[in-house]
Design a protein around this ligand. Structure first.
Ligand code: PEP
Ligand code: MG
Length: 755
């Protein structure tokens, strides 16, 4: 092929003219292949379009036999064209027939052509077709020619995607929608089932203006945008001081990319070919995405994601499109998909239309997960690679029981899930009917069912679930969601709202349990090797009392004239409880002196979640008004098993003899001291686990609001005495878990234990 007589810029301009003509898609494609062939001085130019996600059909050609159009087909991986589609990489060959993948299609008459240059037509990293030029002579196409063809392919992809080539777009869209079913397995962050359509938290940017009117102008625009991007990244890096080394490292890497010469050169070159600045960014981003999909190395993929993020920011600067979806006009049945997001961002969405959340990152203890649970919507995390195959509007099913995510599900999967959702709704209706029924076992044991809460959005659940009170109000969530330390007035308002909502029902408010995975962005904390066992919660509070004193003051003022129950987290020895209590006395004294009205009663409790406390129970129980077992932490510390580590999530079972024995011991000591005892870890919300707890003698448990119905249903069918007779001898077994035995007890006694 002789080097182009007219250059890519002219080609792009001509392409635009063709697009402006009123013709059928086929006629326009025919003109496009003619134009490209003439422009790059090739005897053949062909466009293959992906059908069914697995076959490439010849859609238009200049040079091959016209009869072959819509007849010649190659599977992905078959022949040179299929190889390009499978690898998403260009093939540049002086002698095509010597390539091992070469496949001769007799209907095309292509045997006379020797040199071959083919490039993928990429859209959002997905191959939607292949563009090929061929020559009779043994030519070696230059790098510039290859680049020019890639640019042309990108413009083609855009005109197809933007619907300008409507008929082709329909084939691609229908096939992508029809065939590209994807199944992911995520980590369950919040239970429930959702069917709906994806809404990208950061929507793709739509580029309408692809071809440059003036190249110098586009270069200037690109430079201006890159400057703005760098300034923005610099600002981000500077704003990270005090947020922890890891966070700033990530942003430093980000900054490095913003200055990466290779990237900037490629952007500049793409503009030189005649693209607008935004089209140039997308052109380079397409290559990067295709490479990202092929990279098995997770570290490299992560870095490429960074570059993708950066390219998106640059596109937003260039097109002026805002960063996030307009939360107000969310479509009905929306399932928000994001790489990750903060808790406040999730709350911005319209709750009435939001059905679920899926994150590529995000663990069970992340704040957004906590908010999703509070909102009662299913959420899944760790769905790596999901965003690459999703567009806004893609049909999606999220199974917050099994962790399955289906993108563009087949009709039978969809039918099965519609049935599941109906079943779920029926069960919810049954539970709702139990709302005003007291939780009493068949042998007459009344069990207090309370809820765990931590946000104002949780409060309506108290009445809706018919729970007896709030057994654990986690105050750190309010602190974690704020931009800066909530002032006294803001805290008073918050706690008053909690107490108002609870009315006559008791509320146990836990003081700040920060540290470990719960960090406050505005609070400087030293980096620790083992933050879960570090300087946190009450330990931190008694050494730096200002924070706790402020909180206690707010609590006492909010509860003026009412009953107040305060609980201290992470107590490891009795002395710590005493120190916290002494702080409260000081605050009380101070307010009293200031003439403030105090609460009618103040009850103080401790969480039992550090194993050392088990050997100090007699001392502790003499001093507290009540106690609550934090089984999440107790399990983590008893088994030395990080609760946030997904690899360990299923390693140890709370229904194991050691944990159940520890709980039984606490129950008997609390009874001996006549101290009310509660348990507020996650296990209380699972019917089988809750059954075991009641068997051990607990008469008060606290759980997520959605669990109240299923747990109550279980209690109504339980004979507590019969269970204890079977459970007591099990506690001395050396089994890994008692789950199977307890399930069998439930089965033989007709006790419903599946939520
Ligand atoms: C617990 O540890 O069981 C508990 C209820 O507290 P948190 O989950 O907030 O640590
Ligand atoms: Mg805890």
């Amino acid at each position: 092929m002789a080097s182009s007589a007219l250059g890519p810029r002219v080609l792009l301009r001509r392409l635009r003219e063709v697009m402006a003509e009123r013709e059928t898609a086929q006629k326009r494609l025919d003109k496009i292949v003619m134009l490209i062939a003439a422009n790059v001085v090739a005897e053949v130019c062909s466009i293959y379009v992906m059908r069914q996600g697995q076959e490439l059909e010849l859609f238009a050609t200049e040079g091959l036999k016209p009869e072959a159009v819509h007849k010649s087909r190659l599977r992905v991986g078959e022949g040179l064209v299929g190889t390009i589609a499978a690898t998403a990489e260009a093939l540049n060959l002086a002698e095509a027939q010597r390539h091992p993948a070469f496949k001769y299609l007799p209907e095309t008459g292509e045997e006379i052509y020797h040199s071959f240059l083919g490039v993928p037509i990429l859209r959002g990293g997905i191959v939607i077709g292949v563009l090929v030029v061929q020559n009779r002579t043994h030519r070696h196409y230059t790098e510039e020619e290859e680049e020019a063809l890639q640019t042309t392919a990108m413009v083609l992809a855009e005109v197809i995607a933007s619907g300008e080539l409507q008929e082709v777009a329909r084939v691609v869209a229908a096939d992508v929608t029809h065939i590209r079913l994807h199944h992911f397995k995520g980590e369950v962050l919040a239970e429930g089932v959702a069917l709906g359509h994806a809404v990208l938290h950061e929507p793709r940017i739509v580029i309408t203006n692809l071809i440059a009117e003036s190249i110098p102008k586009e270069k200037a625009r690109l430079e201006g945008a890159v400057q703005e991007l760098r300034a923005h990244v610099d600002e981000m890096v500077e704003g990270t001081a005090g947020r922890g080394a890891e966070y700033s490292e990530v942003l430093e890497a980000f900054r490095m990319f913003a200055h990466d010469r290779g990237w900037l050169t490629r952007l500049g070159e793409a503009v030189e070919t005649g693209l607008t600045a935004e089209a140039a960014v997308e052109r380079v981003q397409n290559d990067n995405r295709a490479r990202m999909m092929r990279t098995p190395d997770p570290y490299l993929r992560e870095r490429m994601h960074d570059l993708d993020d950066l390219a998106n920011r640059l596109l937003r600067i260039l097109t002026g499109q805002i960063a996030t979806a307009s939360r107000g006009d969310l479509p009905a049945n929306a399932i928000v998909v994001a790489r990750n997001m903060g808790p406040a961002e999730l709350l911005d969405y319209d709750r009435a239309k939001l059905r679920g959340v899926v994150l590529e990152e995000g663990g069970r203890n992340s704040h957004v997960a906590i908010v999703a649970r509070a909102l009662g919507i299913p959420a899944l995390g760790q769905a790596e690679g999901l965003i690459d195959v999703i567009d806004t509007g893609s049909p999606l099913i999220v199974d917050g029981a099994s962790g399955d995510i289906y993108v563009r599900p087949s009709p039978d999967i969809e039918r099965a899930y519609i049935e599941k959702v109906r079943f779920y709704a029926r069960r919810q209706a049954q539970y709702a009917a139990l709302r005003d029924t007291q939780a009493v076992t068949r042998d007459g044991v009344r069990v207090q069912l309370q809820i765990n809460a931590g946000l104002l959005v949780d409060l309506p659940h108290l009445a809706e679930s018919g729970a007896d009170g709030i057994g654990l109000y986690r105050t750190e969530l309010h602190f974690m969601m704020a931009q800066r330390l909530p002032r006294l007035e803001s805290q008073i308002r918050h706690y008053s709202a909690v107490l108002d909502a609870a009315g006559d029902k008791p509320v146990t408010i836990r003081t700040l349990d920060i540290g470990a995975d719960k960090s406050l962005p505005y609070l400087r904390q030293p980096k620790e090797d083992n933050p879960a066992m570090g300087w946190r919660a009450t330990r931190l509070a008694i050494e730096r009392p200002a924070l706790l004193k402020l909180q206690l003051r707010a609590l006492l003022l909010a509860a003026a004239g009412r009953n107040l129950r305060i609980m201290f987290p992470m107590i490891a020895d009795v002395e710590e409880f005493r120190a916290a209590k002494a702080l409260l006395e000081k605050v009380k004294e101070y307010l009293h002196r200031g003439g403030h009205e105090l609460p009618r009663s103040i009850k103080l409790g401790a969480m039992i979640e550090v194993p050392a406390l088990i050997w100090q129970l007699d001392g502790l129980l003499k001093e507290v008004d009540f106690a609550s077992i934090g089984s999440n932490d107790l399990l983590q510390f008893l088994f030395a098993s990080d609760r946030g580590n997904t690899r360990l999530a299923a390693r140890y079972d709370p229904l194991s003899p050691p944990l159940l024995s520890a709980i039984r011991h606490i129950v008997t000591r609390a009874a001996a001291h006549d101290v009310p005892l509660n348990l507020c870890g996650e296990m209380a919300g699972r019917p089988l686990e809750a059954m075991a707890l009641i068997g051990l003698g607990l008469t008060s448990i606290s759980m997520a609001p959605a669990a109240v119905g299923p747990v109550k249903d279980m209690i109504l069918a339980l004979d507590r005495g019969a269970l204890w007779r079977e459970l007591e001898p099990m506690l001395v077994l050396s089994d890994h878990s008692l789950r199977g035995r307890l399930e069998s007890f439930a089965r033989t006694h007709g006790i419903p234990v599946t939520a």
